[in-house]
Design a binder for this molecule. Structure first.
Ligand code: SF4
Length: 74
């Protein structure tokens, strides 16, 4: 079974270019301020979520194993 993932977005640096939303379409969504917000990470694969985090131009995304707290990215 896939492990449970938690994502967070640093709104002090997110520039709202929607790259993460394009790659991991279920894990992220743009909020009313046009910044990325975590949505339903359980509905995307870990690979897609990590790809989204890696492609964020300002490294705003942190990916964590929800059960162990292990930081998976960055
Ligand atoms: S890719 Fe990064 S900068 Fe772009 S919307 Fe997502 S978190 Fe914000």
């Amino acid at each position: 079974m896939a492990r449970k993932i938690t994502v967070s977005v640093d709104h002090d640096v997110c520039v709202g270019n929607a790259m993460c939303v394009t790659i991991a379409t279920k894990a992220f969504e743009l909020n009313d301020e046009r910044q990325s917000a975590p949505a339903n990470p359980d509905d995307d694969t870990e690979e897609l979520i990590l790809e989204a985090a890696e492609n964020c131009p300002v490294a705003a995304i942190t990916v964590t194993d929800a059960d162990t707290g292990e930081q998976l990215f960055p």
